[in-house]
Design a protein around this ligand. Structure first.
Ligand code: SAM
Length: 319
């Protein structure tokens, strides 16, 4: 039980000000409200309180403790309960991991990213803090994705890019995603548009997670996962409305087979990490083979000179 000052509502403001000024109001308990009266929790010394109001003993209601945000310095990505950092300074990395673990953001595992390996672009991860639990449920733009950060490539930094693309797609489009991973582009699109998407990846772990992700989300469109090498599989597709090529260090070498599968006027969403000069050369080369740039965007910085670029190309109609 706790002492409360019983004050008519109309005198509430005056009483609260008086109690605050004399340091008697208990901020850890809530002010209660009943029958036209406020019941203001008292910290101590009820004898110091102005006698014009009655002091009553009530079951107090403790306020929920506020978690003040921990200031986190350092760069990191969050995928569900997992945080991944490329910080190379060990002391900074350990401090960052400790801050993340107590940040209240629900982080249970912090990994150091030693870089991506091979065509599958799988991250080489070392556990720095928390539990080794690499499978995360990640929410993005209204969809849920299951991701195993040790077995597939996934970047939350493309969430806005995936949303933007999904808003540009029209109902009825036939789409091939040549480097689909766990299905993040395909699911963003099919959750908003009635499309028919073939989502190809040559990493069996990515394709099996994609299958689970398709089952977990409400989709307007259809996604067909395909475990294959895109350079070969794409040849079987003809007159496709749109092709997505999100292999930022390697998509360039797949451009000609992709072009052959695209219908005239069809769109190709191409991603590359490079410096600006290289991008200009690429665009000129694309123009020569019949792919005209419709839109170009910088998605994020990658190094001091390099950026990840998103380019929408349109296949020129033959005269
Ligand atoms: N688009 C996905 C995303 O945003 O989450 C993943 C993109 S990741 C950068 C590239 C993906 O391409 C990886 O999942 C990798 O396994 C796949 N990949 C690489 N070479 C491939 C190939 N020749 N054929 C099919 N998939 C390939």
């Amino acid at each position: 039980m706790k002492d409360h000052l019983k004050v008519p509502e109309k005198s509430g403001e005056e009483a609260i000000r008086m109690l605050k000024n004399s340091g008697i109001l208990d901020p850890e308990f809530s002010i209660l409200h009943e029958g036209g009266f406020l019941f203001i929790p008292l910290a101590s010394n009820p004898e110091n309180v102005d006698s014009k109001w009655e002091i009553v003993r009530l079951e107090g209601v403790a306020r929920a403790k506020r978690n003040y945000p921990v200031r986190i310095s350092g760069s990191y990505d969050v995928i569900g309960h997992i945080a991944i950092s490329k910080e190379r300074n060990e002391e900074k990395l350990r401090n960052l991991a400790a801050d993340l673990m107590k940040s209240g953001k629900g982080i249970r595992s912090v990994y150091f990213d030693r870089g991506v390996k091979g065509d599958a672009r799988i991250r080489d991860l070392m556990l720095i803090a928390g539990e080794d639990a690499p499978v995360a449920m990640y929410r993005e733009n209204g969809i849920i994705l299951k991701v195993d950060v040790k077995k597939v490539y996934f970047s939350p930094r493309l969430a806005t890019e995936r949303l933007l693309l999904s808003t540009k797609v029209s109902d009825g489009e036939r789409i091939v995603d040549m480097f689909a991973g766990v299905g993040s582009f395909a699911l963003n699109i099919a959750s908003r548009k009635n499309t028919n998407i073939t989502a190809i990846d040559n990493n069996p772990n990515a394709v099996s997670l994609m299958q689970e992700n398709i089952g977990m989300n409400r989709l307007l469109g259809k996604i067909t996962p395909l475990m294959a090498d895109s350079s070969k599989a794409i040849i079987d597709y003809h007159d496709v409305d749109r092709i997505i090529m999100n292999l930022p260090h390697g998509a360039y070498s797949f451009i000609k087979p992709a072009l052959g599968s695209l219908r005239e006027g069809g769109k190709l969403n191409y991603y590359e990490i490079c410096d600006f000069e290289r991008l200009v050369d690429r665009l000129e080369e694309f123009r020569r083979i019949g792919l005209i740039m419709a839109e170009k965007r910088e998605v994020h910085a990658y190094s001091s000179k390099e950026r990840m670029y998103s380019v929408e190309l349109v296949k020129r109609k033959l005269a």
